[in-house]
Design a protein around this ligand. Structure first.
Ligand SMILES: NC(=O)c1ccc[n+]([C@@H]2O[C@H](COP(=O)([O-])OP(=O)(O)OC[C@H]3O[C@@H](n4cnc5c(N)ncnc54)[C@H](OP(=O)(O)O)[C@@H]3O)[C@@H](O)[C@H]2O)c1
Length: 303
């Protein structure tokens, strides 16, 4: 397949491009961050520029576009709401309309954070209630994509993995600090169902191959607190778990409001005979890639 991936320097986009490059023609869209000799073709482009979009599609002739680019920093969205609206809400609609017109399959990445996290165990039928600018603009993006292109996949995700900067994901935060013996806080009252990013990529590709369409929760069937997640990393990598202080999110001093119980049900995905892995398997894959020096390989791409 010819696959165009936006946000190819981001945590999800980069891992996706690297993982799929062996079996597919992958074209990664870069923005302000360059990559040094990546094993896939790249194009630099500001996706807010409509002219660039047309020429990108013309040059790459994709069968599938996976839209990973976003303003994904929750606090940056809070301080720049107009930019967040443009990138997270309006841009996905423009891409969806373009893909529909050209007959390109479209997978849009959204977030578990569209829910307020008061109830937990949300299905795709439950009403979202976004608490932050990030979550509100991402929800609007989902709705615009669905209205523009009914055949698109809209995936609400949560994931961790190794990033270009080395500190984009929560797993890297725990790993980096535990490795140097630095004490860290872990929230005991924030629950989530993250997938290791490569497990997420495999799940998304299964959804594409089964020609699913519409809104899906694409997370692990097992939830845990952010504190328990840190402890799991400490246990798996042999670090001292006592370095992780159990804390409440209300003590965290975060700018944008966070949703406490972001546990999502994945029955719809399972009904399509797709079963993403539980936490132990995800952590196993994460550690295996660490031992295979994936963080170092990713680091060399930053030049
Ligand atoms: N990380 C998580 O745990 C998480 C959880 C739930 C959902 N998600 C969703 O998953 C998706 C991927 O997130 P991520 O963590 O991989 O994000 P990320 O690491 O912050 O990467 C975002 C990417 O988007 C690109 N981008 C931003 N504005 C752009 C523009 N105008 N034109 C072209 N590219 C642009 C960035 O390029 P530059 O840096 O060069 O600008 C970067 O490559 C997003 O939709 C996010 O909402 C993430």
């Amino acid at each position: 397949m010819r696959i165009l991936v936006t946000g190819a320097s981001g945590l999800l986009g980069l891992n996706l491009c690297l993982h799929l490059a062996d079996d597919h023609h992958v074209f990664g869209v870069l923005h302000s961050q360059e990559l040094y000799k990546p094993p896939f073709k790249t194009f630099a482009c500001d996706l807010n520029n409509d002219h660039s979009l047309g020429s990108l599609i013309y040059k790459t002739r994709p069968d599938l576009l996976i839209h990973c680019a976003a303003m994904a920093n929750v606090d940056a969205c809070e301080s720049q709401p107009e930019a967040a609206q443009r990138v997270n809400a309006e841009l996905p609609g423009v891409l969806a309309a373009l893909c529909k017109k050209k007959g390109i399959r479209f997978t849009h990445i959204s977030t578990d954070a569209v829910f307020d996290g008061k109830m937990g165990d949300y299905t795709e039928e439950d009403n979202p209630n976004p608490l932050s600018v990030y979550a509100r603009t991402k929800l609007e993006g989902e709705r615009i994509v669905t209205a523009e292109y009914r055949e698109a996949i809209v995936a609400r995700v949560n994931f961790y993995g190794f990033s270009l900067s080395g500190h984009r994901s929560l797993a890297e935060f725990f790993l980096n600090n535990l490795k140097t013996g630095s004490p860290v806080n872990g929230f005991v009252d924030v629950m989530f169902c993250p997938l290791y990013v490569i497990d997420l990529v495999d799940t998304l590709m299964m959804m594409v191959s089964k020609e699913l369409k519409g809104l899906y929760h694409v997370v692990s069937p097992e939830s845990l607190s952010k504190y328990a997640f840190g402890v799991k990393i400490a246990d798996k990598f042999g670090f001292d778990k006592n370095l992780i202080q159990p804390k409440s999110v209300t003590d965290g001093g975060l700018l944008a409001a966070r949703s406490p119980r972001l546990t999502l049900k994945i029955d719809k995905l399972i009904a399509a005979e797709i079963s993403p892995p539980g936490q132990t398997n995800c952590m196993e894959h994460f550690q295996r890639h660490y031992l295979e020096h994936l963080p170092e390989k990713i680091k060399t791409l930053s030049g």
